[in-house]
Design a protein around this ligand. Structure first.
Ligand code: HEM
Ligand SMILES: *[C@@H]1O[C@H](CO)[C@@H](O)[C@H](O)[C@H]1NC(C)=O
Ligand SMILES: *[C@@H]1O[C@H](CO)[C@@H](O)[C@H](O)[C@H]1NC(C)=O
Ligand SMILES: CC(=O)N[C@H]1CO[C@H](CO)[C@@H](O)[C@@H]1O
Length: 323
C-alpha cells in the first residue's frame, strides 16, 4: 500500500512536469500557426518581399536583429521593446545602436493583428521575417519552428554581445555560453557578414596607429587600408559605412570566407577568423564549398533561433511594449 502510494506520487509528479513543459517547449513546431492563423507565414513573406524590393539591405538588418535578440534573454523579441521613463531597454544599449528595420516589424505585426488578433508572437515574426529575407538575398530556404512567446523583460544593462575587437577565443566563449559551438560561430559570422555593412567607428582603429604600433593593422590588405582611410577620413561625426563583404556585398554566399582569406576582413574579428588556428581550417573549408556552407548555415541559424532563457511569455499586441 505504502509502496503503491509512493509509486502514484512519482507518477503524478512526472505527469505534472510534463504538463508544465508541454506548452513551453513541445508546443513549438513547424507550422504552429496552421490552425490559429493559417496565413501568418504568407503575410510575413509578402511584406518582407515588398520591403526588400525597395531596399536590398533589409536582409542584413533582419539577420542582425535576430542575432541580437537571441543573444540576450533568448529569442523572445526583447530587442523590440521601447524604453520607458523607468526602464532603459535593450535597443538602447550602445551595442544595438545601429540595429534597424523596427518599423518593418511593426508593419508586419499590424497586418497580423488585423488577420488574427493576438495569435502570432513578435519573437516568431523576427525569426520568420529573417528566414524570408535570407532567401531573398540568395540564401537557403529553411523551416522555422514557431510557437515561441514574447518576453516580458528588456534591459539595456543585460546586453552582453561579443565586440568587433574580440579574439576568436573570446567570441567562442560568448557563443558557447548560449549553447553554440565554435563551428556554429564561424558559420553564423559568415552568413551574417556576407551581407550588410559596418560603420567606420567599428574598424577605424585598424587604419592608423593600430594598438600603438604607429601603423595600420598589418593583417589588413594595404589597398583596403587606403580605401577605408579615404572613406572614414578624420571626421568621425559622419561615420559612414562599408560592406562587410567587399566583393558580393548583397549576396548571401560563401564569398566572405574568401575575402577574409585575402586579408579583406573589415572588423578585427572577421580577419581573426581566417588567421586564428582555432577557426582557420573551417574558414578555408567553407571558402571552397558553398553548398556545404549553405547546409551548415541552415543548421546553425535554426540552433540560434532556439536559444531560450526563462519561460514567462505572452503574445504582445504591440511589439514595442508588453501587454
Ligand atoms: C563575434 C561575433 C560578432 C561580432 C563581434 C559582430 C559585430 C558586428 C559589427 C560591429 C557590425 C557593424 C554594425 C554597424 O556598424 O552598424 C556587424 C554587422 C552585422 N552583423 Fe555582426 N557580429 C558578430 C556576429 C554576427 C552574427 C552571428 C550575425 C548573424 C547571423 C551577424 C550579422 C550581422 C549583419 C547582418 C550585419 C550588418 C548589419 C547591417 O547591414 O545593418 N553578426 N556585426
Ligand atoms: C518544411 O516543412 C514542410 C511542412 O512541414 C515540409 O513539407 C517541407 O519539406 C519542409 N522543408 C524543408 C526545407 O525542410
Ligand atoms: C569575387 O567573387 C567572385 C565570385 O565568388 C570570384 O570569382 C572573384 O574572384 C571575386 N573577386 C575578388 C576581387 O575577390
Ligand atoms: C535605435 C535605438 O534605439 N538606438 C539606440 C541604441 O543605443 C544608443 C546608445 O545608448 C542610443 O543612442 C540609440 O538611440
Amino acid at each position: 500500500m505504502a509502496s503503491s502510494q509512493k509509486h502514484f506520487n512519482a507518477f503524478s509528479l512526472v505527469l505534472l512536469l510534463l504538463c508544465l513543459a508541454l506548452p513551453l517547449n513541445l508546443a513549438r513546431r513547424v507550422g504552429f500557426y496552421a490552425k490559429s492563423c493559417p496565413n501568418a507565414e504568407n503575410i510575413i513573406r509578402q511584406i518582407v518581399q515588398q520591403r526588400f524590393k525597395a531596399d536590398r539591405s533589409v536582409p542584413a538588418a533582419l539577420l542582425r536583429m535576430h542575432f541580437h535578440d537571441c543573444f540576450v534573454r533568448g529569442c523572445d523579441a526583447s530587442i523590440l521593446i521601447d524604453s520607458t521613463n523607468n526602464n532603459q531597454a535593450e535597443k538602447d544599449a550602445s551595442a544595438n545602436g545601429s540595429v534597424r528595420e523596427y518599423a518593418l516589424i511593426d508593419q508586419i505585426k499590424t497586418a497580423l493583428e488585423r488577420a488574427c488578433p493576438q495569435k502570432v508572437s513578435c519573437a516568431d515574426i523576427i525569426a520568420l521575417a529573417t528566414r524570408d529575407a535570407v532567401s531573398l538575398a540568395g540564401g537557403p530556404k529553411y523551416n522555422v519552428s514557431t510557437g515561441k512567446r514574447d518576453g516580458l523583460i528588456s534591459r539595456a544593462s543585460e546586453v552582453n554581445l561579443p565586440g568587433p575587437g574580440f579574439t576568436v577565443s573570446q567570441a567562442q566563449q560568448s557563443f558557447s555560453a548560449r549553447g553554440l559551438s565554435l563551428n556554429h560561430m564561424v558559420i553564423l559570422l559568415g552568413g551574417g557578414h556576407t551581407i550588410g555593412v559596418a560603420h567606420c567607428n567599428f574598424f577605424q582603429n585598424r587604419l592608423t596607429n593600430f594598438q600603438g604600433t604607429g601603423a595600420p593593422d598589418r593583417t589588413m590588405d594595404k589597398a583596403l587600408v587606403k580605401k577605408l582611410s579615404g572613406l572614414c577620413g578624420s571626421n568621425t561625426n559622419a561615420n559612414p559605412t562599408t560592406f562587410l563583404d567587399q566583393n558580393t556585398s548583397f549576396v548571401f554566399d560563401n564569398e566572405y570566407y574568401n575575402q577574409i582569406r585575402k586579408n579583406k576582413g573589415i572588423l578585427k574579428i572577421d580577419q581573426e577568423l581566417a588567421l586564428d588556428p582555432l577557426s582557420a581550417r573551417t574558414v578555408s573549408k567553407f571558402a571552397s564549398n558553398n553548398n556545404n556552407f549553405r547546409q551548415s548555415f541552415v543548421k546553425a541559424i535554426i540552433k540560434m533561433g532556439n536559444i531560450q532563457q526563462g519561460n514567462a511569455g505572452e503574445i504582445r499586441k504591440n511589439c514595442r511594449r508588453t501587454n
